[in-house]
Design a protein around this ligand. Structure first.
Ligand SMILES: O=C(O)CCC(=O)C(=O)O
Length: 264
């Protein structure tokens, strides 16, 4: 039985520090498979590849997008039971995948500016959000799978504990005094909501630091990566029901309900 309790973790994400590191959730074997594949995909530079593939590996050196399409190992990692149990408590049990992409903090990469995650990413532009938007419920949960050890030196994700409750875009002068880094061994996973103020730390080492960022959303938020257009239909057909649901297969909206548009 898992030593982790999903309800307690969800509570920590919502009302406590705002993040939780699940240690060694994935085996060394799975992490190696994922790493080998990401390294291979990240070497493909966008101009060298066919247009169809170029769409899925934009900015290949820092991101490898659309991992669900790329290998069975990613389809396994994305639908981990504990992650889905925690996030279902927060987002509802029809949650959807918004994105599953590797993010590589390259040697010498500077720290990121503190930010919020999609769909809150441009909340500095408050007028583009509904009036009174606040932190009473979360519209994003993030998993960061540590594919390398995350250390203070190689850019372990920086977070500002408790800031998920503030409901406004990070102010740097409030972020830096309380910032902590979420370190862990490869195979560990950091969970948070997209409302927690955070960003990648600077990588002062000579090796890349790879993480896989999983974005999970309530069913009514439009996903950041268009899963059904990005993942090959042949791959989707072979996915189990849990993964199909995550990808939005069978979710009925938006639809053309105007019957005059459907007339032959
Ligand atoms: O890679 C990380 O540690 C965090 C990345 C991140 O927050 C982002 O790219 O939005």
């Amino acid at each position: 039985m898992s030593k982790y309790n999903a309800k307690q973790i969800a509570n920590e994400l919502l009302k406590g520090k705002g993040y939780f590191v699940v240690e060694n959730l994935f085996s060394k074997k799975d992490v190696k498979k994922a790493k080998d594949k990401i390294v291979e995909l990240a070497k493909v530079s966008a101009p060298d590849i066919a247009k169809k593939d170029a769409l899925s590996v934009i900015s290949a050196t820092n991101h490898v997008w659309n991992l669900i399409d790329k290998d069975e190992i990613f389809r396994k990692l994305v639908s981990n039971d504990l992650i889905l149990e925690v996030f279902s408590i927060i987002l509802g049990n029809e949650l959807k995948l918004g994105s599953f992409a590797a993010r590589i903090q390259q040697p010498g990469d500077k720290k990121q500016k503190p930010h919020l995650d999609y769909p809150y990413w441009d909340m500095y532009n408050l007028k583009s959000f509904p009036n009174n938007i606040n932190s009473t419920f979360a519209m994003n949960c993030q998993s960061t799978i540590m594919i390398d050890d995350f250390t203070l030196d190689n850019g372990a994700t920086m977070v500002a504990p408790g800031t998920q409750l503030r409901g406004y875009f990070p102010k740097e002068e409030e972020f830096w005094p309380i910032m902590k880094q979420t370190t862990g061994k490869a195979g560990s996973v950091m969970l948070m909501t997209g409302l927690l103020w955070h960003g990648a730390g600077s990588n002062k080492t000579k090796r890349p630091r790879i993480g896989i960022l999983g974005q999970y959303l309530p069913k009514f938020v439009k996903p950041m990566e268009d899963q059904l257009a990005s993942v090959d239909m042949k791959v989707i057909k072979k996915c189990n029901k849990k993964l199909k649901n995550l990808l939005g297969v069978g979710y009925p909206y938006p639809q053309v309900l105007d019957t005059s548009k459907n007339a032959n």
